[in-house]
Write a protein that binds this ligand. Sequence first.
Ligand code: PGA
Length: 229
Amino acid sequence: MTYLIGNWKSNHSLRSALEFLEELKQLETADSYANQKIISVIAPPAVFLTEMQAKINNLNLNLTLAVQDLSAEAAGAHTGQIGTSNLAELGIKYALVGHSETRLECGQTHEAIAHKVDQALQAGLRPVLCIDEPYLEEQAKFIPMEQRTKCLVAFEPLSAIGTGKPFSPSDVKPVVAKIKELFGAVVPVLYGGSVNPDNIGQYTAICDGALVGSASLTAKSFYQLAKNG
Ligand code: PGA
């Protein structure tokens, strides 16, 4: 299977998020083509999760939701954090952890990110561990092997995120191999960084999917990513 994970970051309003889902449904209905091997996931701002999930159920859309980050700690005195117990009944299946923007903007350490992986797994959420090459080994050290094999890993080179300058597939390939060595051959590895509908096929040919930021924001572009992925 191939994963397409759209990371909306702090974009969209609730209204535009729900309109996105309606438009996605229309695009699917109007088109006889369906890419059966794609698992489509969107990580919207957490405040939209409940209403988006209700809309997805209502429209019978083949789309799963993810949270963009979660607390490294169990429920308790952690103002502003999203704990796994807060997510329990929302129907989401994945949790992004360690995105470079949260690592940098929130000062998250490798150790804290390993705790987030642990929290996600304890709650039955599949962690999508975002990672860049320079700290691959350092990050992996904090995650026990039996937990590593349960992750999805997204290789996200910093210079490629939001810049329109993706890593070339030939540069991505050896890093994918290195991640599989460190995390286990069964672990799906995604590439992220300036992926768009025109180049996604080059990445899904060499790894297990793509994590997409700006090109996942409109239904039309997301649908095209799913088609071409
Ligand atoms: P981008 O973002 O697709 O806009 O480069 C990727 C990401 O941040 O995951």
